[in-house]
Design a protein around this ligand. Structure first.
Ligand code: TYC
Length: 113
């Protein structure tokens, strides 16, 4: 009696019954949309208050914050950061709440990139 293992050459059709063709499907992954947070100019909010907001809520250095504040002051608005929807929404709410509590008319909005 033969105890030789069955091999590929034993099959008349030549197909290895243990082999599998693996087809990798790569479904298109969608990146979540990003949102720009914009700061708007007004005539009343003190410059130093705006600089403070940019440092406090956007983690900017004093120099970066001052530069962006000046851009808003001169051009009317500037993008202060780009975030996921939830983070942008939170930043806008923090800025608006802080400005309101200090009775400044500062406006902050978000827009899909
Ligand atoms: N224009 C303001 C002033 O002259 C300063 C200012 C800067 C206000 C940026 C708002 O988002 C702003 N005091």
């Amino acid at each position: 009696m033969s105890l030789r293992p069955i091999t590929l050459s034993d099959r008349k059709d030549g197909n290895d019954p243990e082999s599998t063709v693996i087809t990798k499907t790569r479904p298109k992954t969608q990146r979540p949309p990003l949102y720009k947070v914009l700061l708007l100019n007004d005539d009343y909010t003190p410059m130093e208050f705006v600089v403070h907001i940019l440092e406090r809520f956007f983690g900017l250095s004093h120099a970066q914050a001052f530069e962006i504040m000046l851009t808003v002051h001169k051009k009317g608005l500037a993008v202060v950061g780009v975030f996921s929807f939830e983070v942008a929404e939170t930043k806008v709410a923090q800025v608006m709440d802080f400005a309101r509590r200090h009775q400044h008319p500062l406006q902050c909005t978000m827009e899909k990139e």
